[in-house]
Design a protein around this ligand. Sequence first.
Ligand SMILES: Nc1ncnc2c1ncn2[C@@H]1O[C@H](COP(=O)(O)OP(=O)(O)OP(=O)(O)O)[C@@H](O)[C@H]1O
Ligand SMILES: Nc1nc2c(ncn2[C@@H]2O[C@H](CO)[C@@H](O)[C@H]2O)c(=O)[nH]1
Length: 432
Amino acid sequence: MKFPGLRKIKHYFPVSQPKPQLPSFEVRPELDTYIVGLDQTIVDVVASVSDEFLQKYNIRKGLSNLVEHGKANLIYQELVAQQAISDHFAGGTIGNTIHNYSVLADDKSVLLGVMSANIALGSPAYHYVCHTSSKVDMNHLQGVAGDIGRGITMITPDGERTFVIDPSDMDELSPDYIPTDIIAGAAAFVVSAYPLRATDQPIQQAMFKALQDAKAHNVPVVMSLGTRHLVEENREQILSTIKDYVNVLAMNELEAEALTGCADPLKAAEAILDHTDMVLITAGPEGLYLCGHTDDNVKRESSNPIKSASLADFNQYEFSRPMLHANCDKPLKVYSHIDPYLGGPERIKNTNGAGDGALSAILHDMAANHFHKQVQPLSGKHEQPYLAYSSFAQICKYANRVSYEILVQNAPRLSKGLPEREDSLEEAYWER
Ligand SMILES: Nc1ncnc2c1ncn2[C@@H]1O[C@H](COP(=O)(O)OP(=O)(O)OP(=O)(O)O)[C@@H](O)[C@H]1O
Ligand SMILES: Nc1nc2c(ncn2[C@@H]2O[C@H](CO)[C@@H](O)[C@H]2O)c(=O)[nH]1
């Protein structure tokens, strides 16, 4: 607006400066750096159980078991009677990932999924909202009449977690609730393979609409595989989805084996890189692998000890930065591995979400690159269209560190960021 006439003293409001931006929790695509996640909205009901309890209900240990409502209720009631339930946490593999991203990056993300339209105190939806970062924008969720999903998370004495999923309305997400403009402006779009087992449910179409939007707007697509038997049972569909849409694929070593037939994570990564650009394989006490592509012209040699396993000298170029295969003149496969941070915690409270934590660190690095490119487009860091801000080796360290933080707490979601001194994507800190 033009100022109405001149005044002797200062203008009453600035006319030449842009209107100051008021803070907003809602993501504004043209102003914010953010990632978007699509998920089945699930609350984790955490309970301690014995191995016999799992056998009694014929539940496959270590996996995510989809069961019908009646059986889930029976299990839930028995756990209540045994006073075995310790707490309710917000869950969902992608919900966890974007929450953790928002905590790490101290920045916004958008959750696409369903939410109970009327939230009663103590309901699954109530617990979900209470335990989600305020930086996760939930304005685009679809209201539903019923409950969100309930994931009974059973922790056996060895610290392993096993899920029984009661879906309720979690798969009702309709393609009408996929905001193309929000996806188009994102630094990354992240989804899991879980909706692929929701046969004939609206969430599958919603997921493919979101994938198409991301692809159409060159937004990197990140997919996590969920759980081993999901991959075994939907292998062909998962493979074709990866080939058509996915740039970064995350999984644990069991899921990698189910997908490729290779029990060896390096060999599995090598095979998967024929279909996608970058791959994260977490391997529990063996640490994690981050593998991908870089252009031969910009490859950088590692100064770490060079390792050989099923691939000789596999980490030779781990100081390179990840690129999309399509952006490389001469694509080179790059492999990096790291052992658990400090050898792993002395006592693991539970492993639930450790893999999701690693993925959120990768997303943070990718979003940091997107942000840096927006504010410093001429920087030497963007001479090539890199996929992430840091090198493979550096991202490994960060991802590993975040997993450790999840292992030493009781929940799959970070309640706070890393200690301030470590809150850094810079290589310098980690070298000390
Ligand atoms: N027993 C362990 N000892 C040391 N570190 C561990 C252990 N288990 C997990 N980690 C760390 O956590 C990371 C991720 O663990 P894991 O491979 O168990 O993930 P995941 O199976 O995908 O988990 P989730 O599906 O619950 O998110 C590992 O790469 C490693 O750094
Ligand atoms: N979206 C989704 N998340 C799941 C499923 N089963 C387990 N999880 C989540 O996986 C997380 C740990 O990786 C937990 O917080 C669970 O809520 C599922 O079927 N769908």
